[in-house]
Write a protein of this length. Sequence first.
Length: 159
Amino acid sequence: MSVETVKEYLSQWGREKDVLEFPVSSATVELAAQALHTAPGQIAKTLSFARGEGCLLVVAAGDARIDNAKFKAALGTKAKMLTPDQVLAMTGHAVGGVCPFALPEDVPVYLDESLREKGVVYPACGSSNSAIRLTLEELAAYSRSRGWVDVCKRTEAAE
């Protein structure tokens, strides 16, 4: 998939023209924060984990880290990240552009509590140089989130 696929997906909400594309990479939290001139915590990173034969995605604040014990308690599986090849095969998005939009229907998306304190966040949009500004309500709706989970710990810099 690509940023064009995500734009087409977002068109159902009239948001396709709101996708930001940068002349520089936004493939990591740090690079995205620089491209957007915002704090890393405002970046909504999408993390891909194995679940049985498939996967699940967790969208978390850029300054949060997965807590393995919380992850297993909340989602019933060990927090095992997918390889880049698995990410592309299972989500349709390459690492650096993974986002919670335009996914196969069997890929569940969860939003982590680390996002709750944010007014707006910036998830990627299917490429390593794109993002969109969304409220949490918009993120929940557009990602077709299955709900909120508490699977992260905050880094010292974020506390």
